[in-house]
Design a binder for this molecule. Sequence first.
Ligand code: CA
Length: 439
Amino acid sequence: MTSPAIDETHDAARTSWIESANGHGCFPIQNLPLGVFSVAGDAPRGGIAIGDSIIDLKALAASQLLQGQAQIAAEAASAPQLNALLEMGAQGRVALRKAVSELLSNADHEARVEPMIIPRSAAAMHLPARIGDYTDFYVGIHHATNIGSLFRPDNPLLPNYKHIPIGYHGRASSIRPSGHLVHHPNGQRKAPEANAPLFGPTQKLDYELELGVWIGPGNELGQPIPIDEASHHIAGLCLLNDWSARDFQAWEYQPLGPFLAKNFLTTISSWIVTIEALAPFRIPQPARPTGDPRPLPYLWDEADQAQGALALTLEVGLRSQAMAAAGMHAHRIGRGPASNMYWTIAQMVAHHSCNGCNLQPGDLLGTGTISAATSDGLGSLMEITRNGSAPIELPTGESRAFLEGGDELTLTAICQADGFVSIGFGECTGIIHDGAVAP
Ligand code: CA
């Protein structure tokens, strides 16, 4: 995946007249992520996060402060869903980014722009786009090995893994923005030693730490996306939590893979961190271990190998109801780099479309759970507690094998590179409903 240009919008010296943006952990002026918000029940529209605030793109489009592609992009972002903006591709995103960066950094514009600024605390966030299709990959190699060894101790990594970016088609209708309440879903489970399955709430509610990939311009049915053009089709990234019912999964997954263990809810962070904002944080894809097969030519691109991974640190925090009541912060249960992906995002896009399958603006791809090689960087409780056999202890003395009612689970991500201002993704949070029975 070729990287967008580094330009004045990435300049570490650039600051904003919106004071909260300067030194902000996630949304300094170098980030400018895209989202959809509403205030007090009014119509959802596009916005860009800046510090503790949002700039209203619908108001900006009406302001006559923009020209050309930036104006067209802001008009596209005035809708309750950003699909039209995503369809414009890099041209629209870059023009809008440059214009907004100038408006928010140059104090000469403050008087005109200030009325379009809304506190994020006053805004409700919505899904950024209408998600036509959602596909979940499985590119976190340590996760694939760990889970495989729990489900199939003799055969953890199946022979296709190093040849194909493995994935399955997920369920778009049950994707929700950060903050959505999580229930223990009902379903079938069967313990290995049991004679018959049971029906009821999952006993093994888990999370999965993933990145989400937003598709920009799509491809026509029957026309694959070559790997060296994949970057034109990727708009940006978010965090993604693929909530999972492990007991249902173990019983249902053979022979066709995940179904009801996964499709009851997927939570994503509310902001699209654009591929332009991520430009300074591109790093080489880690070399394949000696002896691993070289991918087939349609999955191989030297430029993608040179800069197809991201200097991004992922983190998971868990806070129980008792911890919240005591005013405690979340307890970190995992932290690791996003570079533990065996396949790059461009390889995922090239593979997804190699048979002519058409991706569409606003489609969402999940990377699959990203676990580190070490035990402090695992991306699911299934791995951390070894399928519940080794529960973790929380600072209150409570223990957790899997998630319980009242628990709050939060994913975060930070990008860092020498000479550049760090940017973050915001939060991807879910609170588990305090009651075992699903609606
Ligand atoms: Ca997953």
